[in-house]
Design a protein around this ligand. Sequence first.
Ligand code: DHB
Ligand code: FE
Length: 278
Amino acid sequence: MSKIIGSVSTSHIPAIGGAIAKGLQQEPYWKPFFDAFPPARDWLHAAKPDVAVVVYNDHGLNFFLDKMPTFAIGAAGLYTSEDEGWGIPTVPPVQGAPDLSWAIIEQAVADEFDVTTCQEMLVDHACTVPLQLMWPAGWEGIRIVPIAINTVQHPLPSARRCLAFGRSIGQAIRAFSQDLNVVVLSTGGLSHQLEGERAGFLNPEFDDLCLNALINKPELLTRYSSHEIVELAGSQGAEILNWIVGRGILGGAAREVVRNYHIPISNTAAALQVLEPA
Ligand code: DHB
Ligand code: FE
């Protein structure tokens, strides 16, 4: 049986990868963002994870607007990073955990989620930047199961569906035959909009509501339609759906261990939240 040790949810802004590459972590612009991570890393390393289930959204690297799965689960042995156009350096490949991937896929399909299975999958900044933040010295010994949620092309899955999908994944992990420590790494958000008339839109009040609800009242977020989420959080703020899936995976009652909120980093309200089972 595997154990879900907790969840780390963080923004995945590509410029973070650029700042890491240039060693800018202590510059005044970046310090309030990066300084939140050492306590999160201390927590993570003490919990000794074997596998990270990474809930993120693909930004046109595997899936473009021509083909867009609602839920896609990686089942590869190795994941290679590529830059889909932000000009950030690529990072070393990450080992997969295909046996756990297939257990999750089996459970999800049994629970009537029609997932896309990916035995080959490239990972973009939304997967790699959080890995760099949590394992700055490298992720040797850590395996991942990447799970891509469509937060990009409408119609998006509802928050309700995302929470239920997460719960199905959590059930698969807990029932998995091997004794693994699994951390949930949810990425994206919080509020941001990169294009159009509202480019630069942020909504700290809604972000605060989300961070509070995610601790022990994730159902509160399921009352919003995906269009309402876009209105409240911005078009890319729909990435909160990744965090909602992640909260579903964690399941049960939770305790907040770390929270940071800093605006803006690039065009985004940058947030970090670590939850552990209560
Ligand atoms: C930014 C944020 C994102 O979530 C993303 O995927 C790309 C860019 C930004 O704020 O620059
Ligand atoms: Fe993004």
